[in-house]
Design a protein around this ligand. Sequence first.
Ligand code: SF4
Ligand code: SF4
Length: 289
Amino acid sequence: ETAKQPKPDWIRIKLTTGENYQDIKGMMRSKTLHTVCEEARCPNIYECWANRTATFMILGDICTRACRFCAVNTGMPTELDLQEPERVAEAAEGMNLRHCVVTSVARDDLKDGGAKIFAETVAAIRRRLPLCSVEVLIPDFLGDRGSLQIVMDSNPDILNHNIETVERMSDRVRAKAKYRRSLELLRQAKEMKPTIPTKSSIMLGVGEEWDEILQAMDDLRAVDCDILTLGQYLQPSPQHLDVVKYYPPEEFARLKEEGLKRGFSHVEAGPLVRSSYHAHEQVQSAEKT
Ligand code: SF4
Ligand code: SF4
């Protein structure tokens, strides 16, 4: 067991409120909608919402899994809400988003893992906001190729699936997921739609070694993953995994260099970087390549 690490100075919430943020905040209140930005108390909310980027969680708020870093509740999921795609699209329209991230809990209880609802949500956003880019951050669908195909056929602008951690730590950090299965999903996504950029994320500070991070980058590049995000793990409650290390900004900068050297088209790396942080810029950089 490691001693508890004190939070360093560079983990600070940036308090800036722009006009866009206030607009969107008012909209969200009036519609009682749920974004990951708010529920996860994401420190980037002011910046993202000012840039008109937001992340919606679909398929309910109860997960069939219980990853040891994640604050989402585990249990019997709620019944599927078939109106959800339209409601999310309506909210995205009301927020006049430029970039919309759609993610979900893992619905291992559903035959398609919720893939159809993902695809319908992408389509509904496209109908209402044709200029908004849509990124899907999907679960692994237990490795089911047909479910992935349904999502890919909706033509998202970015297909995001997180490996979350290095291979050695995977079983401990996200028990029901598998490192190799996640890589395989990214490989298949590329095979199905070579022009859609793929993206993945590693959270740092759960006990991984430096060389293992580089290995994970190599593994992602081996399946042609285009975009990488690296952020600091923060413990959501004392019941969750301990933070073993806080990476200073200089180390994130070095890792970003390592990523770019390996050929990722875009690497977002920093203590407060989250999977969807600066995502609208990644669409632009992916289009340039
Ligand atoms: Fe929302 Fe993602 Fe931005 Fe956080 S990083 S505020 S979750 S869009
Ligand atoms: Fe959290 Fe996703 Fe793991 Fe569910 S599968 S516990 S939502 S990280």
